[in-house]
Design a protein around this ligand. Structure first.
Ligand SMILES: [Cu+2]
Length: 171
């Protein structure tokens, strides 16, 4: 009798654990994580013949109460990989390298056309649609994390964030 009660309790516990694990997966599935940071929706445009540079975009969520900072990135896909933003000076949009991108506590940062982006300079090969571009991101607190950017069609343009950053810009 005692044994049967114990087994039935264990059974209920097992069911409860299974349920909560499933709930967590559904709620918190991120494409990539760096410590507590969640990194989602990583993409680059497919390159066209003759294209030497490319831009990468993603969203970084920080559910913690402590801010972090994206410091740098590395990839075999290009000779250099810089962090850029787009500034408008005298009505002209220009790209500028930035020393880091802050990820605020309990907040998020979106790298998107017209704003912050990862700048791949001197591509070592074409970005082919459907493939992925492996990158190592370095965060001040969360440390190093390997991520993959998905290569979208060369004409891909999500939302209405504006295209002024990368249309015909060359380095
Ligand atoms: Cu740029």
């Amino acid at each position: 009798m005692v044994i049967r009660d114990t087994l039935s309790t264990l059974g209920r516990l097992a069911a409860a654990v299974t349920l909560s694990a499933a709930t967590l997966t559904a709620t918190y599935a991120a494409d990539f994580t760096a410590g507590p940071l969640e990194i989602n929706d990583l993409w680059v445009r497919g390159s066209v013949p003759g294209q030497t540079n490319g831009a990468g975009y993603m969203q970084i969520n920080n559910p913690t109460g402590v801010s972090d900072r994206l410091l740098s990135a590395q990839s075999e896909a290009s000779n250099r990989l810089e962090l850029h933003t787009v500034l408008t000076e005298n009505g002209v949009a220009k790209m500028r390298q930035v020393p880091g991108i802050d990820i605020p506590a309990k907040g998020s940062v979106k790298l998107a056309p017209g704003g912050f982006h990862m700048m791949f300079l001197q591509l070592t090969g074409p970005f082919k649609q459907g493939e992925v571009v492996p990158v190592v991101l370095m965060f001040e607190k969360a440390g190093e994390v390997r991520v993959n950017f998905t290569v979208k069609p060369s004409t891909y343009n999500p939302g209405s964030a504006g295209e002024q950053g990368h249309g015909g810009m060359k380095h």
